[in-house]
Design a binder for this molecule. Structure first.
Ligand code: SF4
Length: 341
């Protein structure tokens, strides 16, 4: 069990201080425990999940600003996505935000979904729209290639709470190989963002950098942690996921029997077309729970499709849901169930 927790601790490396050094050392230890394979532990976890799931309501709202990306990542499905490229129209975006704030108690809005949000000209305005109406955090995921000095000023001024930058390398060659993008502009962008925040005297946004653990990045993991610890607020080393089975890999931790996923219970995902789908791993929108053109977020959450989706997860019958059947995310995120929602 200790080895399992260690594996999760290594995801976060806080900035600066004694703790940073401790975390960094922990993060470099070789780990690989998989304690949840035991039948008894799994039964206990399932019983706990079933009880907890009944009371959960969506607190996270993923609003896909734009389903386009300028990167060509080898571990991502977006480059081969069949969906039409489109921007989430402003009226639908506003309806989603108003619906979430009016019907639920949102804790976070993710204005990324499947795509690079900085490609949208009005991103800062969207952040402000949310911040003017809600105390929920606004988070962005970006590949960092479009973080210009002027753009970072606008971003900091918008009130965004966290910007997570997927760098995935410390060397130009590796970044180009796995993302098809240069590294230097993104690194400069991260520093520009931190500098813009400092100039404004603000504590937001938190800035995190991440590297996905892949055969190509394995040799750079330690250097990445050393390079960014004490600079960014968080340094994350993430496991590669298989995008609901669309990427032909499966994390070794996900070889056991299926366990329920927490996303159907605490997250709603709106694609740029207005469709509300299973989650952001469902990049092609294979499981549509409703459409914002026709119904409100609350109506969709309470609708038959969403209730059935949650029931099958709650009962551990994930293999009956084609989009979730081969997904390795529930295994990787299983301890999210223990967190306070
Ligand atoms: S199992 Fe995978 S596809 Fe299904 S809701 Fe969870 S993350 Fe999404």
């Amino acid at each position: 069990m200790f080895r399992y927790w260690l594996d999760h601790v290594r995801y976060l490396t806080p900035r600066g201080g004694l703790a940073a050094g401790v975390w960094r050392r922990l993060s470099l230890l070789p780990v690989g425990g998989r304690p949840l394979r035991g039948r008894a532990v799994r039964r206990l976890l399932l019983a706990y999940i079933r009880r907890k799931a009944v009371d959960l309501r969506p607190v996270n709202f993923s609003l896909e600003t734009l389903n386009a990306c300028n990167a060509r990542c080898t571990m991502c499905r977006i480059p081969s996505m069949a969906r039409r490229t489109e921007l989430l129209p402003w009226d639908l975006f506003a309806r989603a935000v108003d619906g979430a704030v009016g019907s639920f108690r949102p804790k976070a809005f993710f204005l990324a979904g499947t795509g690079e949000p900085l490609l949208a000209d009005d991103l800062a305005a969207r952040v402000r729209y949310v911040k003017d109406r809600s105390r929920a955090a606004v988070r962005l995921f970006t590949n960092g290639s479009l973080l210009t000095a002027a753009g970072t000023e606008e971003l900091v001024a918008s009130g965004v709470d966290e910007v997570s930058v997927s760098l995935n390398a410390v060397s130009e060659g590796t970044r180009r190989q796995i993302m098809g993008l240069p590294l230097a502009p993104a690194e400069e962008g991260v520093r520009a963002l931190l500098e813009a925040r400092r100039r404004r005297g603000s504590r937001r946004p938190l800035v995190s950098v991440s590297l996905i653990r892949l055969p190509e990045t394995g040799g750079e993991e330690h250097a990445f942690l050393r390079h960014w610890t004490g600079v960014a607020d968080f340094v994350r080393v993430l496991e590669a996921e298989n995008w609901s089975g669309l990427v032909p890999t499966r994390h070794p931790d996900a070889l056991g029997p299926p366990i329920p996923c927490i996303y159907p219970f605490n997250t709603m995902d709106v694609q740029s077309s207005g469709k509300v789908v299973a989650c952001c791993r469902d990049v092609e929108g294979r499981l549509v729970l409703g459409n914002l053109h026709e119904a409100s977020l609350r109506e969709i959450w309470e609708g038959a499709a969403a209730r059935e989706f949650r029931r099958l997860h709650r009962e551990g019958r994930i293999t009956e849901i084609p989009v979730c059947r081969d997904c390795d995310t529930p295994h990787l995120n299983r301890f999210h169930w223990l967190a306070r929602q």
